[in-house]
Design a protein around this ligand. Structure first.
Ligand code: TYD
Ligand code: MG
Length: 468
């Protein structure tokens, strides 16, 4: 096939050259030159102006109320957690990027999805194109996973994009799975598979395929350490939906997170566990992040965080120990260290805790990463509890943001968090005073099964704990 003309363009300053160089002569940045089609921008704009391709000008007034498109029909994937992360199932012509470190379970998830999709959707055809594994390997894995009844699933071991396109033309699948981004190459570019130029070209062509043929395309991308292989980050902006599969080392659970979604919320979280039979859905993830301990110990507090629309109860742990260092240590895993240092400073100022002479270690149990200020209050309580060596009562959950003046501030969607804690059998929830009345009213007939305690400032916390 004829090679198209390419050029190397500096991602930093836009300088173009016909040869690859290690260093951009214009801005002197290293390793910023990336291969691109020389004519891409020119060709497409020229083509669009000369021949709009039968397109008529198409616009409506922003203010109009008429319905312009039928609501998107969605396909059930047969995996509840996956449907949730996609925003209620798979949109037929959507382009999904599934990122994650090698070995985390991306191919396993795709295979399980194949079975789910086929069993939920009659007449659906799926093409699984793999540039990584041989047909025998994939068949073997499907067999181990107990994936059955796949008469409408087609397999192709292929590394050339054009080869995949030919197969698509023949089979006409409704869903195309591409595993993985870094192993495919277009023969129109000279650069190696996995280079930025290749991964961009592949993604652009697949996006075009998804939209023009109404095929749902899934593209697996390995997250790579810095190097010559481009990761999914390089193409995130080009796709409809970006999902990342993550875990903490040594843990068997897997978190599937939407970081971008044109068809739903982008903060949704799905939780799976990897065992001998593949990925299993975890329908009650709070159980993963709470310890089974029954007796109260000092230095821990429970909070309720929100991941998308999903409430999760998490245990926060603090260890305060006197230091021999001039500058005490502030170490945090699972929550931003700067935030923990801030909370420690607030405790020093407003609760007179002499933390300046103490090292502080902080951890979120189960390896979850918290970004929400709603967990501030529980973090403060855990630190206070460790310092005082007084356990918080069991069955308590604390929700609230802590401000610099020590005030406990309202959090979003307190009702969802409270309901989750109630369902899991917690007895008492400490919430910001400003949210109290509304939350109490929202409890309705459940008011007898849980107690809400309002808190205005962090300094009231010790008094509140004596209340029990
Ligand atoms: P895989 O889906 O191949 O990962 P990726 O495509 O993201 O690179 O998952 C591979 C890992 O999952 C492998 O280390 C073995 C493990 N695994 C199980 O623990 N149980 C199973 O049933 C399967 C299929 C894999
Ligand atoms: Mg794989």
């Amino acid at each position: 096939m004829a090679k198209i003309k390419t050029q190397y363009s500096c991602q930093n300053c836009g300088f173009n050259t016909s040869k690859w160089l290690g260093r951009c002569p214009a801005c002197e940045a290293w390793n910023t030159l990336v291969e691109e089609r020389a004519d891409a921008a020119e060709v497409s704009s020229r083509r669009a102006m000369r021949d709009p391709g039968g397109l008529r000008p198409d616009w409506v007034l922003l203010e109009g109320t008429e319905s312009v498109s039928a609501p998107q029909k969605r396909l059930a994937t047969g995996i509840g957690e996956l449907d949730r992360v996609l925003g209620g199932g798979l949109v037929p012509d959507s382009f999904v990027l599934l990122g994650g470190e090698p070995g985390i379970g991306k191919s396993t998830l795709l295979l399980q999805m194949v079975q789910g999709l086929l069993s939920k959707n009659e007449n659906l055809k799926i093409l699984y194109a793999s540039g990584e594994e041989s047909i025998d390997q994939i068949r073997g894995r499907a067999h181990r996973l107990g994936v059955k009844g796949l008469d409408r699933a087609y397999l192709a071991a292929e590394t050339q994009l054009e080869g995949v396109f030919a197969t698509v033309k023949e089979i006409k699948p409704d869903v195309l799975l591409m595993d993985s981004l870094q192993t495919f190459a277009s023969s129109e570019l000279e650069s190696a598979p996995g280079s930025v130029g290749q991964v961009r070209e592949i993604t652009a062509r697949l996006m075009n395929l998804a939209k023009s043929e109404g095929i749902s395309v899934w593209l697996v991308g390995h997250v790579t350490k810095e190097g010559s292989i481009a990761g999914p980050k390089a193409v995130e902006h080009m796709v409809d939906t970006v999902l990342y599969f993550e875990t903490e080392s040594g843990q068997s659970y897997r978190l599937l997170r939407a970081v971008k979604n044109r068809f739903g919320s982008s903060r949704e979280l799905g939780v799976f566990e990897m065992d001998g039979e593949g990925l299993r859905e975890v329908s009650n993830p709070s159980s993963l992040f709470l310890s089974d301990r029954k007796e109260a110990v000092s230095g821990t507090a429970i909070s309720a965080t929100l991941e998308g629309s999903r409430p999760l109860l998490v245990e926060l742990q603090a260890l305060v120990a006197s230091t021999a260092l001039a500058v005490p240590r502030r170490t945090s895993v699972g929550m931003d260290s700067a935030r923990i240092a801030l909370i420690a400073a607030i405790l020093e100022k407003h609760m007179k805790l002499p933390l300046a002479e103490e090292d502080l270690f902080f951890n979120v149990a189960g390896g979850l990463r918290l970004t929400e200020p709603a967990c501030d209050l529980a973090a403060a309580a855990a630190i206070w509890s460790s310092f005082e060596e007084k356990p918080l009562p069991t069955g308590w959950v604390l929700i609230g943001e802590v401000g610099l003046t020590g005030e406990v501030r309202r959090v979003s969607q307190a009702d969802i968090r409270i309901e989750e804690a109630r369902k899991l059998g917690f007895s008492t929830i400490v919430i910001p005073r400003s949210a109290y009345e509304r939350a109490q009213a929202q409890l309705g007939k459940n008011a007898s099964s849980i107690k809400l305690l309002p808190l205005s400032t962090i300094s009231e916390l010790p008094d509140l704990l004596k209340l029990k």
